[in-house]
Design a protein around this ligand. Structure first.
Ligand SMILES: NC(=O)c1ccc[n+]([C@@H]2O[C@H](COP(=O)([O-])OP(=O)(O)OC[C@H]3O[C@@H](n4cnc5c(N)ncnc54)[C@H](O)[C@@H]3O)[C@@H](O)[C@H]2O)c1
Ligand SMILES: [Zn+2]
Ligand SMILES: [Zn+2]
Length: 390
């Protein structure tokens, strides 16, 4: 089959003659991928910031398609079903899965010992996302093996297009969970850093959850106008001071709720702290660039909530923890517990309340995937979200 594989930093190729996956366990299924997407999290692999990738790993954790083979113990799926597959692999039976904490499933990470050492505990297995999370082959491919396929996959009813439901597997529930973690009240201002796909869904979720005002921060004009179309007030951090403007918009009090939809590759050309991060990162003295986290801690109203869907991989430096502690801030974060939200979100899509397809700016073949990683990373050509058709 053909698949997008990681061959090193900034070296992703569409390889032919990659061996087809097969059933390895009775609960497995094999999916023929009809649509898949490139996620902001994939950029951290492309740019070489996440440790644990190996030459030849198949990328991709946002995908859907048709079931073409089912293991003998799988009583949920049948050949021909159309499914969206959540990026977190879940067993459905461990303590954490039973509590709905799917992204920290205790069983699905095949490389548990490594994760235990690095993070203190293992987290769920993820598709196409480093050997720290199980080293599972991803879905930017013609076919993919889905382990524990009697738990995670969401069966899609007839009448919905791929574009309407594909993002149920990751970025839609991620934006939704980011807003849900804010426990939004009708008087709240919610500030969202990052107007990428995750930021876009966080903005629209916060509005659906009834926030008084939603503010979105980025420096990419077309992403900011997409956020405005969703109901946000926007701040371009190249043109004005984020802290100053947020105070202006909140009568000097600061937003009650702050969402980091940027993660470890934050940039902020003119700030001293981000120059410091770049220097330390280059010298391998720091793995991540937490400029947004610092800004959120500084500007968030005391007793507020910081919700962090943005991915961090390792160690961060110069975090004003004194400010966070004395202001009584609450931090909520994590990889998304996708299956916690999918039934509700699928309903909202069917009822026409949400149409996630608005973020798609590019639809291309798998062969064009490697080039599109670069276009998406550099935000060229108005690119917000890329869908690949294998
Ligand atoms: N928690 C999860 O389960 C989960 C799931 C999906 C994605 N993510 C993470 O969410 C983050 C966003 O993903 P995405 O797909 O939207 O990626 P993206 O790279 O398209 O979006 C990031 C946006 O942040 C902006 N940005 C950079 N520096 C900024 C700053 N200082 N202030 C404000 N904005 C800034 C960029 O211009 C860009 O538009 C990534 O870190 C990704 O790994 C997490
Ligand atoms: Zn993702
Ligand atoms: Zn589990």
């Amino acid at each position: 089959m053909r698949a997008l594989r990681w061959h090193g930093k900034k070296d992703i190729r569409c390889d032919n003659h990659v061996p087809d996956p097969g059933i390895e366990d009775g609960r497995d299924a094999i999916i023929r991928v009809s649509s898949c997407a490139i996620c902001g999290s994939d950029l951290h692999l492309y740019d070489g910031f996440m440790p644990g990738m190996m030459h030849g790993d198949i990328l991709g954790h946002e995908f859907m398609g048709e079931v073409v083979e089912v293991g003998k113990d799988n009583r949920k799926l049948k050949v021909g079903d159309r499914v969206v597959v959540p990026f977190t692999i879940v067993c459905g039976e461990c303590d954490q899965c039973r509590r709905g904490n799917y992204s920290v499933c205790e069983r699905t990470n095949r490389n548990k010992e490594v994760a235990d050492k690095v993070f203190g505990h293992s987290t769920a297995g993820l598709y196409g996302y480093t050997h720290l999370t199980g080293g599972y082959a991803g879905g930017q491919a013609e076919f993919v093996r889905v382990p524990y396929a009697d738990v995670g996959p969401v069966v899609i009813p007839d009448g919905l297009t791929d574009e309407q439901v594909l993002f149920l597997g990751d970025i839609l529930p991620t934006g939704w969970q980011a807003a849900a973690q804010c426990e939004i009240e009708p008087t709240d201002t919610v500030a969202v850093w990052g107007a990428g796909p995750v930021g876009q869904f966080a903005v629209r979720s916060a509005i659906l959850m009834g926030a008084e005002q939603v503010i979105c921060i980025d420096n990419v004009p077309e992403r900011l106008s997409m956020a405005r179309a969703g109901g946000a007030i926007t701040i371009n951090f190249d043109e004005e001071s984020v802290v100053h403007r947020l105070h202006e918009l909140t009568r000097g009090k600061g937003p009650e709720k702050c969402i980091d939809a940027v993660g470890l590759e934050a940039h902020a050309a003119r700030s001293i702290d981000s120059m410091y991060d770049r220097a330390k990162q280059a010298l391998m003295l720091e793995t991540d660039r937490p400029h947004v986290l610092r800004e959120m801690i500084y500007v968030c109203r005391p007793a507020g909530i910081l919700s962090i869907p943005g991915v961090y991989g390792g160690l961060i430096d110069k975090i004003p923890f004194g400010a966070a502690m004395n202001k009584g801030l609450t931090f909520r974060m994590g990889q998304t517990h996708v299956n916690r939200w999918t039934d509700d979100l699928l309903n909202r899509i069917q009822e026409g309340q949400i149409d996630p397809s608005f973020v798609i700016t590019h639809t291309v073949s798998l062969e064009e995937g490697p080039d599109m990683y670069k276009v998406f990373r550099d935000k060229h050509d108005g690119c917000v979200k890329v869908v690949l058709k294998p």
